[in-house]
Ligand binder design. Structure first.
Ligand code: NAD
Length: 435
């Protein structure tokens, strides 16, 4: 069975299915297609399928030609129907793993995707979970499901966990050159996974057990989460002491060992960093343990939008203005620069808090023409163009997301007050306040 799977992969006879065509799944599907495989993308969101099929540039960091090439090859198909799984050799799950309102894990998309593929599973297939999960989840969810069909894991069907490390918008690292951890339910599962992923990524790292690979992903994202929390706390301390945190970080970064810079900001956003550590917290609780660093970093990072709004209020007050009725223009609402993703973006809480304080809020973001979300009430806004008029009409311009394409000189020239959460402006300028 394993030899046959390997032969089919090596001869590009395998058909690959990607379940969930989002930030992770779509680039991966195109990568497999580019490597010569026939790929079927399955997504339960029919609107998303329609947008992909119409050639809509749904991920701004993905070159439009990539999708065009895949479609022109005749080897990339999309559907919302799971009966396509019958024809697949490898099925890769890239569905979301969010947290609920009380920070409880929400595995419903993974469970639902597994339920949907299960009736179509047959001997000789491989199923790989790429979604971020807590240690033990692949065994609990995937291995159990495969066995429930009467299929022998590692002999009839290969079960793999290979955590996704995609960083949308990163110009140096992409699906192909980010080393890929691959673990399996059995050694044969891992071997099958290694062969599969070796055909599309430059470096595959064999990991001995599922739980080690799951924990590795938890470590990576918890490391970022905690260090961002630390630097955000240091920012507030530096601010209280009248020290420019950005200059201090630049100075510290000259140390060639034992230090790596993290940068403060208005809070954390996106589908991964603010979410994933709480998968570990949730599982640790089951073992009677607490994750104190994660809780503390969560508290500090979660408090950032309120701190920024406090700084806006103080900066306006210093200019004899009230936040009530002030016209405030946010620059950037995506959770990080150079992408359009607004999920969990701190900008949303900043908007909500400013509105509660009765400010008149607008925004400009070249990546987000419209903002339609529910966040403590509906936010329905359209982006303003960044012009001398829009900037000078604002009582305060707040840099929330520092997209590279923004004209910062224009802002510097025309803004009466800039509250800068990203260290883009020299804090010594009379119209700039760091936050
Ligand atoms: N976005 C990132 O940068 C990133 C990086 C590393 C890891 N991850 C992890 O990868 C996973 C996917 O994240 P994403 O950002 O690509 O999510 P996403 O929301 O961008 O995309 C997920 C897609 O899955 C589809 N989907 C949801 N449930 C489904 C189901 N039952 N059947 C079929 N399709 C379904 C959705 O319609 C959506 O199109 C998550 O576990 C995430 O933590 C994401």
């Amino acid at each position: 069975m394993l030899e046959n799977f390997i032969r089919r992969v090596q001869q590009r006879e395998s058909t690959i299915g990607i379940i969930g065509l989002g930030y992770v799944g779509l680039p991966l599907a195109l990568k497999f297609c580019g490597a010569g495989f026939t790929v079927t993308g399955i997504d339960c969101n029919e609107q998303r399928i329609a947008r992909i099929n119409s050639g809509d540039p749904i991920l701004s960091h993905l070159p439009p030609q990539a999708l065009q090439h895949a479609r022109a090859s005749g080897r990339f198909h999309t559907t919302h129907r799971f009966d396509a799984v019958d024809q697949l050799d490898a099925i890769i799950l890239c569905v979301p793993t969010p947290i609920g309102p009380h920070r409880e894990v929400d595995m419903s998309a993974v469970q639902s995707a597994i339920r949907s593929i299960l009736p179509h599973l047959r001997r000789g297939q491989l199923v790989s979970l790429e979604s971020t999960v807590y240690p033990g989840a692949t065994e609990e969810e995937l291995a159990t499901a495969i066995a429930s069909r009467g299929l022998a894991v590692g002999r009839d069907v290969f079960g793999v966990f290979s955590p996704e490390r995609e960083d949308p918008g990163n110009t140096h690292f992409h699906t192909g050159n980010i080393p890929k951890l691959v673990s399996g339910i059995t050694p044969a599962c891992r071997d099958a996974g290694v062969i599969l992923y070796s055909s599309v990524v430059e470096k595959v790292v064999r990991v001995e057990s599922l739980r080690v690979a799951e924990m590795a992903k938890m470590i990576e994202n918890t490391f970022r989460f905690v260090n961002i929390g630390l630097v955000n706390e240091l920012k507030m301390i530096a601010d209280g002491m009248g020290i420019d945190i950005w200059e201090a970080i630049r100075a510290a970064s000259t140390k060639p060992f034992g230090y790596m810079p993290f940068h403060p900001g208005p809070g954390l956003g996106g589908h991964c960093i603010p979410v994933d550590p709480f998968y570990l917290t949730w599982k640790a609780r089951e073992h009677g343990m607490t994750t104190r660093f994660i809780e503390l970093a969560g508290e500090i990072n979660g408090g950032m939008p309120a701190w920024v709004v406090g700084k806006i209020g103080t900066a306006l007050g210093d200019r004899d203005k009230l936040i009530h009725g002030a016209r405030i223009l946010l620059i950037g609402v995506a959770y990080k620069k150079n992408i359009e993703d607004t999920r969990e973006s701190p900008a949303l809480e900043i908007i909500q808090r400013l509105r509660e304080a009765k400010a008149v809020v607008s925004y400009s973001d070249p990546y987000v023409p419209n903002l339609n979300v529910i966040r403590g009430g509906r936010i329905d806004m359209a982006a303003l163009p960044l012009t001398p008029e829009t900037v000078s009409a604002a009582d305060c311009v707040v840099v929330v997301t520092d997209h590279d394409s923004i004209d910062y000189e224009l802002i510097q020239r025309h803004a009466s007050l800039i509250v800068d959460t990203r260290g883009r402006f020299f804090p010594g300028s009379p119209n700039v306040v760091g936050a």
